[in-house]
Design a protein around this ligand. Sequence first.
Ligand SMILES: [Zn+2]
Length: 136
Amino acid sequence: MSWDPFAEAERRNIRVERVDLTGAGVRGLCIAGADVILLDAALDTSDARAVLAHELEHHRSGGTDVACCVPAAVRAADERWCDRQAVRRLVQADELAAFLDECAAIGGVVTVPAVAERFAVPAWVAAVSIELHRAA
Ligand SMILES: [Zn+2]
């Protein structure tokens, strides 16, 4: 069974709320002090899982929204780190390797949409998972 970020939020006593974040410039928000994660109500199932996985990483690392007090470059690195951690949990390395082997065995070409469909994740998650696999 693949990892479920909603179950993890529940286990960690983090309340997940779907709210309208239109115009906020973000798709999710972690309010660590209150143990609340907000997800944009407009996200579909796979995007909601991916955004929640990302926000759970913010929560783990202290989670305050640091946009106002750290340089943009540091913040961007933090965002990338959270993205990669989220991708590693949504698309487990061994399961991806097995899937890529299966594709190769039947002479198929690995594509981002194929990985996205197999793991029920958004295209950006699939793309990063393939990148991480190739870099490993
Ligand atoms: Zn973030």
